[in-house]
Design a protein around this ligand. Structure first.
Ligand code: ZN
Length: 67
């Protein structure tokens, strides 16, 4: 079994982990409702994209149509 000859020092481990960068995804404001959304995606809040309504929200409180 191959084993590392020497263990890494704390500073070497820490300096490697210092390169971990947390970045937020690029968020843009929805021009329709003002909430944050991913660019080139339909707004998850209002369902608008390029000023057009693409997705309508489902009404949770209303039951399915009964005839
Ligand atoms: Zn929106």
């Amino acid at each position: 079994m191959p084993n590392p000859k020497k263990r890494h020092t704390h500073s070497r481990t820490r300096s490697r982990r210092g390169q971990w960068i947390l970045t937020l995804p690029n968020l843009s404001r929805c021009p329709q409702c003002g909430s944050y959304k991913l660019p080139h995606r339909i707004c998850p809040n209002c369902g608008f994209y390029k000023g057009e309504l693409w997705v309508t929200k489902k009404e949770k409180s209303q039951p399915e149509t009964e005839k």
